[in-house]
Write a protein that binds this ligand. Structure first.
Ligand code: ADP
Ligand code: MG
Length: 329
């Protein structure tokens, strides 16, 4: 599958990742968790696409499937015109240089027994990008790029704060000059003041190196200033996707409205009422029939428990998966 002259860096088509649930070992039929259940997503070169949804809705599984850190069940992931799911081991190894990931818990992702210099230098070794003095120089440059003192180069991860560890994780990710970075809740564990610093840093680096981000967050307020477009996910599916301003101005899926209404003071002019969701997040191994959201939806109609809606365009760069919009087309 090739895409010629595409403005897209990445195209995800009908991607699925189903896990055999561990809890089913006593029953004859193993329940399947449809963590990612038929996702279509395009990411343009140079954009920051936000991916938002409650914990457990499949965001990390989607991010890792895109990078093939876990093997998707089916679908296509087309990166620069190449379907990476059909790449062999060596092709995949080379592609790893183009696609990096930053984790929420960067502390746990850093080897505690090696120095910061070695951590940041490791990807340079793996891909043979720089050796000896050139490597030393590059490591110092990377430390400075992410706002860390170059004298830290011989220190160990435990000597750093959460925000500093995240800076190290970012330095390691950009060391190989990737094109795409999947940022999996990189600021969720940080204090609010540190969070803003890291977001600013990520934005600066994105502009400086023409990076493209898939930025995952469970919190719509975090992605507000950063992202160009935002996709909202619920139980393995995208329920709404729109340009950032359009999504905040005109949230259309009832789930998006709920997420937005939970953010205090996002827009002081807004008279938005707080909508409280009924019930808990359903068990993903037995999601509700029809529209997965119908059990918690304040606007549910009869057909919502029977027919699964699909994403439909409701405006420029704005699609929503909800039967409330069926009559409009
Ligand atoms: P999020 O990142 O949005 O919190 P995840 O992608 O981590 O969500 O998880 C989505 C669903 O898949 C959850 O129900 C989770 O329990 C399940 N899941 C994640 N990883 C595995 C796994 N390795 N085996 C079985 N189920 C998993
Ligand atoms: Mg996650």
């Amino acid at each position: 599958m090739t895409v010629s002259g595409s403005q897209y860096l990445l195209q995800v088509k009908n991607l699925k990742k189903h896990y055999a649930s561990k809890s089913g070992f006593l029953s004859r039929v193993k329940p399947v968790v449809k963590a990612v259940d038929g996702i279509d997503l395009d990411i343009r070169k140079g954009e920051i696409l936000g991916l938002v949804g409650e914990s457990g809705c499949g965001k990390s599984t989607l991010g890792r499937s895109i990078l093939r850190l876990i093997e998707p069940t089916s679908g296509n992931v087309v990166f620069e015109g190449r379907d990476i799911l059909s790449c062999n081991r060596e092709e995949m190894r080379l592609l790893r240089k183009e696609m990096q990931i930053i984790f929420q818990d960067s502390g746990a992702a850093l080897n505690p027994r090696i120095t910061i210099g070695e951590i940041i230098g490791a990807p340079l070794d793996i891909f043979g990008l720089a050796k000896e003095e050139e490597k030393e120089r590059r490591i110092i440059e990377l430390l400075e790029l992410v706002g860390l003192n170059k004298d830290y180069v011989n220190r160990f991860p435990h000597e750093f704060s959460g925000g500093q560890k995240q800076r190290i994780g970012i330095a390691r990710a950009i060391a190989v000059q990737p094109k795409l970075i999947v940022c999996d809740e990189p600021v969720s564990a940080l204090d609010v003041s540190v969070r803003a610093q890291i977001l600013n840093l990520m934005k600066k680096l994105k502009n400086q190196f023409e990076l493209t981000y898939l930025f995952i967050s469970h919190d719509l307020s975090v992605v507000h200033h950063l992202c160009d477009r935002i996709a909202v996910m619920y139980l393995g599916k995208i329920v709404e996707i729109a340009d950032r301003d359009e999504l905040y101005r005109n949230p259309s899926h009832p789930y998006t409205k709920t997420l937005l209404s939970a953010i205090p003071n996002l827009d002081p002019e807004s008279k938005r009422e707080r909508i409280v969701l009924e019930g808990d997040v359903p068990n993903p191994s037995s999601p509700p029939s029809g529209c997965h959201f119908h059990t918690r939806c304040p606007y549910r109609m009869e057909r919502c428990s029977v027919d699964a809606p699909s994403l439909q365009r409701i405006g420029d760069h704005h699609s929503v998966s909800c039967h409330l919009f069926d009559d409009q087309h």
